[in-house]
Design a protein around this ligand. Structure first.
Ligand SMILES: [Zn+2]
Length: 129
């Protein structure tokens, strides 16, 4: 798989994610570009039958340096340790960052993008902000 296909897979995923969450594409792109190795770390890549079926990450708080939120995403749901998700049940920015990362890992490892439309839980939850 060439880099053009990876870029196309990433671009389409961001568009689909924006549509599914009802969040402006510019906001999704801000999160996409905010993913920096010092502020977001992959802890685990979950693979099954040659597919990447989820990731677990630590994402640093955007407001409090040194405070990390632990987030996992997969086909059946997402969980994050931040207040917006734990108490508000919101799809927080950390979950969106983890979704974007999951898709990139899947594209790079298997050449397959994550199908946003297969994530039924995305539409049930409401996005933060
Ligand atoms: Zn969170």
């Amino acid at each position: 798989m060439g880099s053009a296909e990876i870029e196309e897979g990433a671009r389409r995923f961001l568009l689909d994610l924006s549509g599914a969450l009802g969040v402006r594409l510019s906001k999704i792109l801000d999160l996409y570009f905010s993913v920096h190795p010092r502020r977001a770390r992959i802890l685990e890549i979950v693979e099954e039958g040659g597919k990447v079926v989820g990731v677990r990450m630590a994402v640093e708080s955007s407001t409090r340096r040194g405070v990390w939120h632990y987030v996992s995403v997969g086909p059946y749901g997402a969980k994050c340790t931040c207040e917006a998700n734990t108490f508000g049940g919101k799809i927080c920015r950390h979950i969106i960052i983890a979704l974007i990362t999951w898709n990139m890992v899947s594209l790079l490892k298997t050449g397959r993008a994550v199908d946003v439309n297969s994530l039924g839980w995305l539409k049930r939850g409401s996005a933060e902000g």
